[in-house]
Design a protein. Structure first.
Length: 394
């Protein structure tokens, strides 16, 4: 049931009532960062192609920040909302990919590049490494589409190519299930406890497999490109990590482990789990993926701290409301946890929103403007998605 614009409290009650079944999927008319200075690419411009999962496909790009106020397209955060008709159509943001659930947004990372290139987004929300790899190495169709490496080979055969950027590993790890378990513990009426102690053990057991899966995926991407006529060294191959969607417990706007983290903030986690996810889980995944990039001879772009201070429920950010429209300087850059009732989809939870995706596009632009090397991308406090900074990775 979708609440009427005049009943934000009804939405909060509905969300709370459905809290026990909440799970997180992995994974306004605003234009991409720096779009005003980017002209249409030349017809013979090289391609930049993105492959992988929801963090690069554009999942949650429908949203410009977060709001619990339904009027005016959730306080102008819903980019799929048509003010003239007061209706929302996610196809306005995700196009035909909304029908399959791949959710490739118009501001996905590769689409937000500020470079004179042609852009192709083959990534799909929910993809594991098997959705990218070549069929002869275990690659399988996913959501009605063939192997992404196979699609890549066909797309760039005989075409100039500047770079391929890959985001993979989170779904191989089972990040969605891990975070879902943490959420379910928080919303238990009685007996809930932090998930971190058990989840940390599970993660350590799975990380070696994630590294191998990511390295194998990159090897297949290179094989597909060689078959398409692109010799090693003639293009850039970048593996990136994931930005932390959550702050540590010291920086959350809703102190005290109360239910306002669920009903208002959309960050239903215990303090211990917040700090573990921010301080341990995301850096461990990043280090694992860095190892995979080195194994495969690819560059590595570390995004683990790209959203520092811009995470969902972080102090220093705020939700939009009728008096405070969303801006890249003040809004959260991550979609809050939602049940999928009232606004948006469940699978959009804890993914970069349109501001976050534009910021990641800036990071990738900076990476490709530099000589091939490993870098870390961070934001500039108080600035918007166009003001990201790149530095050598320690």
């Amino acid at each position: 049931m979708t609440p009427s614009p005049s009943s934000p409290s009804r939405y909060r009650r509905t969300l709370a009532a459905l809290a026990a079944t909440v799970c997180v999927a992995t994974a306004t008319g605003l234009t991409p960062a720096r779009a005003s200075v980017v002209e249409a690419p030349a017809a013979d411009a090289p391609w930049v192609v993105s492959l992988g999962d929801s963090f690069i496909s554009g999942e949650a790009g429908r949203w410009a920040g977060n709001s619990n106020e339904p009027a005016d397209g959730w306080s102008r955060t819903d980019r799929a909302h048509d003010a003239a008709t007061d209706e929302s159509d996610p196809h306005r943001v995700y196009g035909a990919s909304y029908d399959s659930g791949c959710n490739r947004s118009d501001v996905a990372e590769v689409q937000s590049l500020a470079l004179d290139v042609r852009k192709l987004n083959l990534a799909c929300s929910g993809a594991t490494s098997s959705a990218v790899k070549l069929p002869e190495h275990g690659g399988q169709p996913f959501k009605g589409e063939p192997s992404q490496a196979g699609q890549l080979q066909a797309a760039v055969n005989g075409q100039p190519l500047r770079a391929v950027v890959v985001s993979i590993g989170g779904n191989d790890l089972g990040f969605s299930d891990i975070i879902t378990d943490c959420t379910k513990e928080f919303v238990k009426p009685f007996g809930g406890s932090p998930c971190a102690p058990d989840a940390a053990k599970t993660v350590q057991e799975r990380l070696p497999g994630v590294r191998q899966a990511a390295a194998d995926t990159l090897a297949d991407v290179k094989a597909a490109l060689e078959r398409a006529g692109h010799a090693p060294g003639s293009y850039r191959l970048v593996l990136q990590s994931y930005p932390s969607p959550l702050p540590d417990a010291a920086r959350i706007r809703y102190p005290g482990e109360k239910y306002d983290r669920l009903t208002q903030g959309g960050c239903p986690f215990f303090d211990k789990d917040l700090t573990w996810a921010h301080d341990d889980l995301v850096p461990e995944i990043s280090a694992t993926l860095a190892g995979a990039a080195h194994d495969a001879g690819a560059e590595f772009l570390d995004l683990s701290r790209a959203f520092e201070g811009r995470e969902v429920c972080a102090t220093g950010t705020r939700q939009a409301d009728p008096g405070n429209p969303p801006t890249g300087e003040t809004a959260e850059w991550v979609r809050f946890v939602t049940s999928g009732v009232g606004q948006g989809q469940l699978q959009e939870s804890l993914h970069p929103d349109s501001f976050g995706q534009q910021a990641l596009g800036t990071c990738l632009s900076l990476q490709l403007e530099q000589d091939a090397a490993d870098h870390r991308c961070t934001n500039t406090p108080g600035k918007g998605p166009a003001d990201m900074a790149l530095a050598p990775r320690p």
